[in-house]
Design a protein around this ligand. Structure first.
Ligand code: GLN
Length: 280
């Protein structure tokens, strides 16, 4: 079977399973199968596939037809201005989280050699993107998942910032190392009982550890705010990603811990998503 026919068959299978972009997904999975990109697959569509590649391709199509996200099947996701290595141990970087990166870059235009802490670094998409943009900044990332730390290390090295990033496996409660000019976190903030109502590809495939914010959705955010107020320098900036219905509660928590609220911002879907504050 040639590449063209395999892509068509793959697309039909995905279409029958009501997967939203069957043709595109089939092309991407073919590119992954032959370790190449879509352009190569489409320009060489008459090439015959070996049996092992056909098997690999239709296995990927099968997984996709069961709802597994493309990012986990290709182990790639584009975020800010880099491609990140992703596995199902990390959340898939969201376009909404680019708002967090944008804020940090705006806040640090005039800064030199600052130390940034990322609490729950996951794939590293936030901190690695910042370090890539700001060549004299230093990063520290913590996570309770050892696998996430490995992935963020891979991303930091691949994107050339590995020597400026320190990683620690730690719960935020137990982390007491250093004082930071800027702290960022995208903690798990979904209410435990609401997890099952998230989109199927999220709830069935993404790590609960990165999503579950306990009964009220704020149990991790609370810890992160409390600890950040000790780890941050005076006048340091704190940038937090939050759930769409958490703005007022989070602002109160921040104020209680001595933060001044600079702004609360909306994501692409016009939901409250990011709070910028300053330690006073
Ligand atoms: N924004 C993610 C979602 O809606 C949740 C991320 C998080 O809990 N930090 O699936």
């Amino acid at each position: 079977m040639n590449i063209d026919l395999a892509i068509k068959n793959g697309s039909d299978i995905l279409k029958n399973k009501l997967i939203p972009n069957p043709q595109l997904d089939s092309e991407i999975l073919m590119a992954t199968t032959i370790n190449s990109d879509r352009k190569y697959a489409l320009l060489n569509s008459n090439n015959l596939l070996e049996k092992k590649d056909l098997n690999k391709f239709f296995n990927l199509v099968k997984q996709r037809s069961l709802g597994e996200p493309i990012a986990y099947l290709t182990n790639k996701k584009y975020f800010w201005n880099s491609e990140f290595y992703i596995t199902n141990d990390t959340l898939i970087p969201r376009p909404d989280t680019e708002l967090v990166v944008e804020n940090i870059l705006n806040l640090t235009k005039q800064k030199n050699k600052i130390n940034i802490l990322d609490i729950g670094i996951g794939s590293g998409c936030i901190l690695v993107s910042i370090l890539k943009e700001r060549e004299n900044f230093f990063g520290t990332g913590i996570d309770i998942s050892k696998k996430c730390l490995k992935i963020s290390k891979i991303n930091a090295d691949n994107l050339g910032v590995g020597t400026r990033l320190k990683l620690y496996k730690s719960d935020i409660d137990k982390f007491n190392l250093g004082k930071y000019d800027l702290i960022v976190s995208n903690p798990p903030y979904i209410k435990k009982l609401k997890l099952k109502y998230l989109e199927k590809d999220v709830v069935e495939f993404e790590p609960k550890l990165a999503l579950n914010g306990g009964l009220d959705g704020l149990s991790v955010i609370r810890k992160v705010i409390k600890k950040s107020s000790q780890l941050i320098k005076k006048n340091g900036k704190f940038i937090l990603e939050i759930g769409f219905d958490q703005k007022n509660k989070v602002i109160n928590l921040l104020k209680k811990e001595g933060f001044y609220i600079n702004s609360a911002q909306l994501d692409l879907a016009k939901n409250d998503r990011c709070i910028v504050s300053t330690k006073i």
